[in-house]
Design a protein around this ligand. Structure first.
Ligand SMILES: Cc1ncc(COP(=O)(O)O)c(C=O)c1O
Length: 349
């Protein structure tokens, strides 16, 4: 039987959260002399601490209750909040799969939590058998699954994810930062089946608002309530709440961009595969390609010299670079540069 209270740190269970001025009186009407704001200007008031309008729109679009949504200052803030709510520093353990998104390890380290890791298989699949075994042996408070995974780009099958979520005694965080690009879609409609599941999504990728720093967590009302206790009261600015709300309502532009990025990905994938310096282009359900080349360090430097910046993932996956899908023009510039490098160095490659 899943007991959320037992997973939450005792001090967080006992925490009396800060009650902000806008918590205590939330109507838009009134003479506001309660928050020591400057009475003049357009952005002089504190924002809605619970992002009500934004959540109402998101709830409608995602078919979920607004009380099951947490809005964070990027999903990075949510990852950190999860550690702070569930993991006792120096004592509790979390689980991650490698290679994956680097912030799980960084947030774990900041919070003094050991992140136990299990390698993905050679084809970057989830080793659910190893995970189930480990989850049986060790008390794991948080398990991070990133699907589609960064940096490999593949999405895990529902069956594999389900096995891990069901085996976990603690919370499982399913990071869906790239789910909009994926044929597998989102797990959101399965959320009611799993009281220990937290799904994170972000405005930073398909939605094109990385500058706004807005991410979401979807989970049971009980989990969201405890995350709300710990988040800073005004964690998402009014400017960003308005920007995100407008973007969410602009379905047409979102759909168009998504299609364009997917088409560009297919094109780039085909073109890259033809280059002699490319050994392998991994299949991708995201808006980037993991590409194995002859010498990743060397190629990375050669591209930087030409003002083209890709991500060198050699330390995580030998001789691999990760390439974000750019505009048609940007991708063309990259391909031309790669061809030029090949011509100049044909003897090396
Ligand atoms: C898998 C994954 N999760 C989360 C994030 C961070 O998202 P946000 O911009 O919402 O903090 C990234 C950013 O690269 C990512 O790759």
């Amino acid at each position: 039987m899943f007991d959320l209270k037992k997973l939450i740190r005792t001090n967080i269970n006992a925490l009396q959260p800060y009650s902000s001025a806008r918590n205590e009186y939330s109507s838009a009407e009134g003479v506001f002399l309660d928050a020591n704001e400057n009475p003049y200007g357009q952005w002089n008031r504190y924002p809605d601490p619970y992002q009500t309008a934004l959540k109402a729109e998101l709830a409608k679009q995602k078919g979920i209750n607004p009380n099951q949504i947490l809005v964070g200052n990027g999903s990075d803030e949510i990852i950190d909040l999860l550690f702070r709510v569930f993991c006792i520093p120096g004592t509790d353990k979390a689980l991650g799969f490698t290679p994956s998104y680097g912030m799980y390890a960084v947030s774990a380290a900041i919070n003094d939590v050991e992140l136990v890791t299990i390698p993905l298989t050679d084809s970057f699949d989830l080793d659910s058998e190893a995970a189930i075994e480990l989850l049986k042996q060790k008390p794991i408070k948080l398990t991070f699954i990133c699907s589609p995974n960064n940096p490999s780009g593949n999405a895990f099958t529902q069956a594999k994810i389900r096995e891990v979520v069901q085996a976990a005694q603690g919370i499982v965080v399913l990071d869906e930062a790239y789910a909009d690009f994926s044929e597998q879609g989102s797990w959101l409609e399965l959320l009611p089946q799993f009281p220990n599941l937290v799904i994170t999504q972000t405005m930073s990728k398909a939605r094109g608002l990385a500058a706004a720093r807005v991410g979401f967590a979807f989970a049971s009302e009980e989990i969201i309530a405890v995350l709300n206790k710990v988040k800073p009261p005004y964690n998402v600015s009014e400017l960003n709440q308005q920007t995100v709300l407008a973007a969410l309502r602009n379905e047409e532009s979102f759909a168009q961009q998504l299609e364009q990025i997917k088409n560009e990905k297919r094109k780039l994938e085909r073109e890259l595969a033809l280059l002699p310096l490319v050994r392998k282009v991994y299949p991708s359900n995201a808006n980037f390609l993991l590409v194995e080349v002859t010498d990743a360090n060397r190629l990375y430097a050669q591209l930087v010299e030409r003002n083209i910046i890709v991500r060198n993932r050699h330390k995580e996956v030998p001789n691999c670079i990760r390439i974000s899908i750019g505009s048609a023009t940007e991708n063309e510039i990259l391909l031309n540069a790669l061809k030029q490098i090949e011509n100049e160095e044909s003897t090396v490659y």
